[in-house]
Design a protein around this ligand. Sequence first.
Ligand SMILES: [Fe+2]
Length: 255
Amino acid sequence: MLRCNVIASPDEPGPRLFIQGRVFANDCVAPLPGTIIDVWQSSQAGCYSVLENCPDEDPFNLRGQFLAEAGGAYSFESVMPGYYPGRCLHIHYRIAPTSGPVLVTQLYFAGDPRIPSDPFASQPGAANRIIPLVQDASGFHGTFDINLSAMSTSTDDPAEAVPTATILHPAFPNPFAGETTLRWSQALPGRAEVTVFSADGRRVRILVAEDFPAGYHTTRWDGRDDLGRALGSGIYFGRLNTGTARRTQKLLKAE
Ligand SMILES: [Fe+2]
């Protein structure tokens, strides 16, 4: 009996969605049990709790990770995703077999009127990732079989994918006068510290020090130290420390 992976909380708005399928190495011949499947999607309101600050959202809602079981089979229960600007309805997939390359792709739904204008779903190669849905009293049901060799040309919006590396991006604006924004990508959930050092190596400000989900996060620096005092113009360093990764960016504070 296939395990039921529920990735949407019971009170999540929207019709329930049930997806099942199998993962194959090639042409529906060799199933790939043990494949790690990550899925993530927007809410009905078009918001990603893992990537954005949706109001009152559990950061782990609407995303999940599970293993393909015997015969390569997998299934999960969620809600129908929502529209956001420029995109049709979709669910992101990251499919990591026990050996071989990882596939990052998206699932679409037949009959979605926004598919022709969607830059990803309208590509010719996306046709085998558009599935029909059948509705009954419990919600919508669909089958998405993943054929790793046929889908090896993965397409995804890199701005939406869960990052695979921990990176502190260049601050913006930089140089800055009033305030600058520091953005980082975090590949694994866990504690992240973002701190500011002066050019002579003194830590002058702790901006964040708490647990974060994997994803993209931002914080701001107003050019002040931990006591709220405005610091002089010059070179500073923003540092991201996740315990397993340490990244630094130069900050230029103007007058
Ligand atoms: Fe998306």
